[in-house]
Ligand binder design. Structure first.
Ligand code: ATP
Length: 513
């Protein structure tokens, strides 16, 4: 089995064993592509959401948040284009009966071309050493040029097929490239068909008067329909943003990658309203700012890359993804889209209401353009969790499993451990907890030898272990052990709050942006 698959399996089982993520309704054998966040998972998820909210809303004077409903008037989805165009192109393998997204099959093929090019680049870097000029090499090396131009050509052809509805050509492309069912190797494909991803439901008591509703497939529309309410009541001046986190629902065709692709998931979105013509400036600004936010978590610059879209959604004039190196390769983590005035104009048209900004300086009104940043909270969770999970070999040859979560996001910041369960040590440990719990999520653990407790907290991702021993009774000091370095320091109980705060405060982490 490939190593990547092992890592991914490990992530899934660790998430379950340590109370992060459970399959939904597991006693009934679960529900495909639906998961529950467990006692530790819910804390990690909440911390990620807060880290996002703080950086986007609290740190920006001109961005405010809302919390719109999941149910929206059904005309919303006519106006937004989702009823007519929120489709994925699906293809079935006739032999294996497995269903795939045609665009994902083609993108995965292109990813392999990209990896081949990367291999050549790395080889050359090794050969040329310090004097290596990567840009020049990419532009002139025959093989690299061939891989990358082939990739571009394929993606352009796919984009054209999907945009113009020429699905026969998308199928032809799959056949010409010799793409096989990744699970069985069969190349016996059906035609490509479009499939709408929205879940329908009904509002109302009796069948004949019930109104057809959709579960929202994105949170963005809740922001657009509230644009004028927020602008007026908040006296917002362009440029300004509206942020929101919340659930979205998509009837995904293929959902085999744990919480990467779920049917019910959470988005963290911000729509930034700008003057027409200024959208590219803000598009570039938000691309850069969002990448900096990701990098502030310290998971490694090499694990992120931009992917500029060839195929633009029906509403966009520029779009880019921030991709992350998940255990199954680079995939979309966040989308940054320049959505033009498509949404507001469409809502004006369908509602008959004006959704415009009155510019005092020019004494005229206009429909603002929108730049969107949209990141999946569950994908963020997976990116952080999968990179944090590490197997380490220690100096004495033993191994430890450690979840090196960024301390700012860790569910529990410190565990307080009495060395033994007697001599009044548990009481002192409880006193320390009573004090720290006002500021941090802390845990008490007295079971097993202290070494095993350290290992358990390592695997849970707790940044600090505080051990109370007999010396504590004499001089009010404890040992504090750091998860990542395993270094232990003797410190006064009165210093604990500052030491922990230094490492976990959002202020210190966000300052790195
Ligand atoms: P993909 O191409 O992977 O289906 P998308 O381009 O349709 O994603 P967007 O509509 O741009 O995704 O949604 C914004 C963000 O929401 C994505 O970057 C992703 O992080 C998250 N997201 C989208 N679909 C899912 C899903 N099914 N499960 C979990 N997160 C999702």
């Amino acid at each position: 089995m490939a190593k990547q698959e092992d890592i991914f399996k490990n992530v899934v089982s660790h998430a379950k064993e340590y109370g992060y993520i459970f399959p939904s309704s597991e006693i009934y054998d679960g529900l495909s592509a639906v998961y529950d966040y467990a006692q530790n998972g819910v804390e990690l998820k909440k911390n990620i959401r807060e880290y996002w909210w703080k950086s986007m809303v609290q740190m920006h004077e001109n961005i405010v948040g809302i919390d719109a409903s999941i149910f929206m008037h059904p005309t919303t989805w006519k106006a937004s284009g989702h009823v007519d165009a929120f489709n994925d192109p699906l293809i079935d393998n006739k032999d294996s009966k497995k269903r795939y997204r045609a665009d994902v099959l083609i993108e995965d093929y292109c990813e392999k071309l990209w990896q081949k090019a990367q291999k050549e680049i790395e080889k050359a870097r090794g050969r040329f050493g310090e004097s290596f000029d990567e840009e020049q090499f990419i532009a002139t090396n025959g093989r690299v040029v061939e891989y990358l131009s082939k990739k571009k050509e394929i993606l352009e052809r796919m984009a054209h097929g999907l945009e113009t509805g020429d699905l026969a050509d998308v199928k032809l492309l799959i056949e010409e490239l010799g793409i096989a069912d990744p699970e069985t190797g069969s190349k016996n494909w059906t035609d490509v068909r479009q499939f709408n991803l929205m879940f329908g439901t009904k509002l109302g008591a009796s069948a004949d008067t019930a109104m057809d509703l959709y579960l929202r497939p994105e949170t963005a529309q809740g922001i657009f329909v509230n644009f004028l309410n927020v602008q007026k009541t908040g006296r917002m001046k362009i440029p300004f943003g509206i942020a929101q986190t919340g659930k979205a629902f998509r009837n995904e065709i293929v959902a085999r990658q744990f919480i990467f692709r779920m049917r019910e998931f959470e988005q963290m979105e911000m729509q930034f309203f700008v003057k027409p013509g200024e959208e590219m400036k803000y598009y570039e600004y938000w691309k850069e700012t969002r990448l900096k936010w990701h990098l502030s978590l310290g998971l490694g610059k090499e694990n992120y890359r931009f992917h500029d879209h060839e195929k633009l959604a029906h509403y966009a004039n520029a779009a880019s993804d921030i991709e992350f190196n998940f255990p199954f390769g680079f995939k979309e983590l966040e989308g940054i889209h320049s959505r033009t005035d498509f949404d507001l104009k469409a809502h004006e048209q369908f509602s008959g209401k004006k959704l415009q900004f009155f510019d005092n300086e020019t004494n005229s009104s206009y429909v603002p353009y929108v730049v969107e940043t949209s990141v999946g909270l569950d994908r963020m969770f997976l990116s952080v969790f999968s990179k944090a999970l590490q197997e380490e070999t220690l100096e004495d040859g033993s191994t430890r499993t450690v979840l090196k979560l960024p301390a700012v996001l860790a569910p529990t910041k410190a565990a307080v451990l009495p060395l033994v369960k007697k001599d009044g040590l548990p009481d002192v440990a409880r006193e320390i907890i009573e004090d720290l719990k006002w500021d941090f999520n802390v845990a008490y653990d007295e079971k097993d030898a202290v070494g095993r407790r350290y290992r358990r907290q390592d695997a849970l991702g707790t940044p600090f272990c505080i051990t109370v021993d007999h010396q504590t009774l004499e001089d009010k000091t404890v040992t504090i052990r750091h998860r990542d370095t395993m270094q232990q320091d003797r410190v006064a109980i009165s210093e604990l709050r500052n030491i922990i705060n230094d490492e976990v405060s959002m202020r210190n982490w966000l300052m790195k942006m």
